[in-house]
Design a protein around this ligand. Structure first.
Ligand code: ZN
Length: 421
């Protein structure tokens, strides 16, 4: 199995953005009948199997009563088969999702739309074939919703399990059971001795559980977004208060939760109970970025903001982290002045048509072609990737995140060194 590497973070942010854009697009599409086809293909599924499945669906579609729907479904399936030809034996890592169908284009017209998403940020879990009046996008939305990596520990005095929460997936890794005797001592045993042995056994068990957790989490401590601990009271409190965990990962514990099972199902219960804490943890990461930005803005010299200024810093290679508002939906047009050679840019609302630009150097009117217009985020991320700058998408669900969007044009950066730009 391939784990998300550290260099993957910026790229996966970009991928996430690209996917989100496609999803927003697809959400607006509607078919007049049950004629929009979505296929989710895991990376261990042979392409030839998928082609066979699509061929089968194609022949079954011959039974569809409405001629128009029948034609539309078969066209969609043909288009999907065409796309599948680009792949050899297996899909790329994490699989592929294909959308195809005749969507309403207004005035009784339809448009044939086909979109292929390769290597989603999380693996496609299972093969799905879906034909409906809209595209199936929920599984993709779930993949994008949260991608964090969390360590999980559930324990009571008898049993413990440790594992991971990777995005939405729970991965149990190790379990242990204890030799801690029950509360009832056997006849003839001194009460004191029994109590001491029992405490020792509990202590040993906590050490064993901490050992499992340390083995798993310490090596990943820089990638972990947090650790969740679950169990009945007072076990989880004893475990945490007793400093059993390695100090470097103890700092990552973001919460303890009441959980009644400590087998693998306890891991699921733990994640369910921690839902709010996990949502907060996502926002906290964004908050920390924005706090750092504002500190630099107010008292330091490592902040940059606004499209032009941030872009100039990006080109210089001085940006450590590029901060982009998740809500930013703008295009940038690049104008090359034929008269004086100046290159200038305008940032536009996505729905506006491309205006004629007046060159600020020589006053000549400059027109732009279709190729000169692109998504602001794509434009910036491309430069960022060339310069080794990390990109962070910032939610606008908190005050400073909202300010990034409203007051700074949705674009800012934290610099590696001061540039005076
Ligand atoms: Zn000019």
């Amino acid at each position: 199995m391939k784990l998300m590497s550290q260099q993957g973070e910026g790229q996966s942010d970009r991928k996430k953005y690209e996917f989100r854009k496609v999803i927003e697009d697809l959400k607006n599409f509607e078919g007049s009948g049950t004629q929009l086809v979505t296929i989710y293909i895991p990376d261990d599924r042979q392409i030839s199997d998928v082609v066979a499945h699509v061929t089968q669906e194609h022949s079954e579609a011959a039974n569809i009563k409405s001629k128009q729907t029948r034609t539309n479904v078969q066209d969609a399936l043909t288009s999907i088969k065409d796309r599948l030809r680009y792949y050899s034996t297996y899909p790329p890592d994490n699989g592929i999702v294909i959308f195809s169908g005749a969507v309403n284009a207004g005035g009784g017209q339809t448009d044939m739309v086909t979109r292929v998403l390769e290597s989603p940020p999380q693996p496609v879990e299972s093969f799905r074939y879906h034909c409906d009046s809209d595209f199936l996008i929920e599984p993709l939305e779930h993949m994008l919703a949260d991608q964090g990596l969390y360590g999980l520990v559930v324990l009571d005095r008898r049993e413990a399990n440790v594992g991971w929460l990777k995005g939405k997936r729970i991965v149990p890794v190790k379990s242990a059971s204890s030799l801690v005797p029950g509360k009832q001592r056997k006849g003839g045993q001194s009460a004191q001795r029994f109590a001491r042995l029992r405490l020792e056994a509990i202590d040993n068990f906590y050490q064993e559980v901490a050992g499992m957790a340390n083995d798993l989490f310490v090596a990943k401590r820089h990638e972990i977004d947090g650790i969740l601990v679950g169990g009945p009271s007072p076990t989880k409190d004893e475990f945490l208060d007793g400093d059993y965990l390695h100090h470097e990962i103890a700092d990552n514990v973001i919460g303890k939760f009441d959980v009644s099972y400590t087998d693998e199902s306890g891991l699921r219960e733990l994640v369910d109970s921690a839902e709010d804490a996990l949502a907060d943890a996502e926002v906290i990461k964004d908050k920390n970025q924005m706090n750092e930005f504002f500190e630099e803005l107010n008292a330091g010299d490592l902040a940059t903001y606004g499209f032009e200024q941030t872009r100039r810093n990006l080109i210089m290679g001085s940006v450590d982290r590029l901060l982009i508002s998740e809500d930013l939906r703008k295009d940038v047009v690049t104008y090359d002045c034929q008269e004086c050679g100046a290159e200038e840019r305008e940032v536009l609302d996505r729905r506006k048509s491309t205006p004629t630009h007046t060159c600020t150097e020589c006053g000549v009117d400059v027109e732009a072609g279709d190729d000169d217009r692109e998504d602001v985020i794509d434009h910036l991320i491309e430069i960022a990737e060339q310069r080794g700058t990390e990109t962070k998408f910032i939610s606008s669900d908190f005050e400073k995140g909202e300010q990034l969007y409203n007051a700074f044009g949705g674009v800012a950066g934290i610099l590696r060194y001061s540039t005076g730009v």
